[in-house]
Unconditional design. Structure first.
Length: 116
């Protein structure tokens, strides 16, 4: 079993996305962007998803990967991840499933990933 965790100040991501609008396309899937766009403060939800991606990469021990290799699904129920590319290959190699938990306040977002 392995665990990964990540924490991010939401306004830091919001500023980066405002400076570089195409950054969102590099970091997030279309579904992730659409989910966040339907919320009152999209940056808050994108920040939590960014943290989940980082936490999954840490738990899997990834060194070379794309942020789009980890896709955060859900919204009505508990979050879950769909893995692609290097993340999917590493999880298959380890024979594990990846579980995530997301949280955020007005200032910070965080996520934990657990391999089972």
């Amino acid at each position: 079993m392995a665990v990964g965790v990540d924490l991010l100040e939401i306004d830091r991501l919001e500023r980066a996305l405002a400076r570089r609008p195409r950054l969102a396309e590099r970091l997030f899937t279309e579904g992730e962007r659409a989910y966040a766009a339907g919320r009152g403060r999209p940056g808050q939800h994108l920040a939590a998803r960014f943290c989940a991606k980082e936490a999954v990469a840490k738990a899997l021990g990834l060194r070379v990967w794309s942020f789009r290799d980890v896709e955060v699904l859900g919204g009505d129920g508990p979050p879950r991840v769909r893995l692609h590319g290097a993340a999917a290959a590493r999880a298959a190699e380890l024979g594990v499933e990846v579980h995530v938990s997301l949280t955020h306040t007005r200032r910070d977002a965080a996520a934990v990933a657990i391999l089972a």
